[in-house]
Ligand binder design. Sequence first.
Ligand code: EPU
Length: 439
Amino acid sequence: MNDVLTVHGGTPLVGSLAVRGAKNFVSKAMVAALLGEGPSVLRNVPQIRDVTVVTGLLELHGVQVEDVQGPESELRLDPANVDHAHVADIDAHAGSSRIPILFCGPLLHRLGEAFIPDLGGCRIGDRPINYHLDVLRQFGAVVDKMPNGISLKAPNGLQGTKLELPYPSVGSTEQVLLTAVRAEGVTELRNAAIEPEIMDLIAVLQKMGAIISVDTDRTIRIEGVDRLSGFTHTALPDRIEAASWACAALATKGDIMVHGARQTEMMTFLNVFRKVGGELDIRDEGIRFSHPGGALNSLVLETDVHPGFMTDWQQPLVVALTQASGLSIVHETVYENRFGFTAALRDMGAQIQLYRECLGGRACRFGARNFQHSAVISGPAKLHGADITVPDLRGGFSHLIAALAAEGTSRVRGIGLIDRGYEHFQTKLESLGANYERG
Ligand code: EPU
């Protein structure tokens, strides 16, 4: 019953909360600590399940992880005794996250071999790891697929190389960075992703002693070095969590001050929020997002890699768009299957149609294939309560927003998934005046 919330909707969410470090940076910086000769200190770490999973994997490999509670929310990571882990122990983490794949490069440098369990993460598309394995092979790794994971060896060490990604994948860019910094010679990566979380990872690696430059055409050049030290770093804020609360304010006609939200990484989102009709108050300490009353505007939008509109902002925004007047079109170009969550919204009264065609923008790589990756949302729709099961992290949060915006009572099952990426979300909901019970 812990995994169910009974939500009584129809009350605006009003109040303030704080976001901490970005989930999609913190977990990678923790892996980077494996590369250092000395201990690292990471600050502004949120208490979310992805951090627990990476902590477990690091500890299995001999890294001492100390969770220092307090205002700095600090992790101390000491890789002095990095060692092989038992395959059975690693396997116990199978399916819990996508981060294990990023252990490959650091473990190959430290131990000459690595075993990576089958990956988890949200089911929002196929999410293959072919780019990861291709780049690791190009560095000189020997990759063997096993029944329960992947085994890698680097009998002759890892060498810098020239690479080009078929698509600017975030994880594959991070894979290259975490591998190239200690590889022999120079690595050049074309068509790299340059999300703010990646730039913060580059900042961490530079603090450790790496030499990395980013060209204007998204080519990243890394000069391998012999040794790296530990780092001390404060994680950039979680712009996905901040935008999720912003959409909750819009959808529920509320007013939420998000302490810690930062304008620079959110400019694309902030433009969209304003165009839809939301009101912004951008301050040094955070951003206040509110619904000014009256009608919201529909719009046409497509998701993209940075500096485009993030795919992770799409799901909560769609809930807000169900309340906008007229037809909105959203074209998802990053994941082929990220509209599955709209079925539950339809059950709640939203008017959303999915299409295989690329609507409203340019043609994307999913266009000529069989994926429903464009959505037409007609609003404003009166949402009513329903029984919902959370499908994935962002989709789940979006269902929760919809339940809070809807008239009547909803039962939301599987809310444990939301803990993967939203720190203390129930406490935050309470502070915003949400009306719900556990169970
Ligand atoms: N792709 C491949 N082959 C690969 C890797 C990726 O085809 O080997 C494809 C994917 O299937 C997808 C596209 O490339 O269509 C982009 O995927 P990417 O590698 O950029 O995603 P990721 O690194 O697996 C991270 C975040 C996601 C976020 C994406 C895009 C983490 C742990 N996850 O995933 O976050 O949506 O980048 O920004 O950093 C979330 O937080 O809820 C989440 C899903």
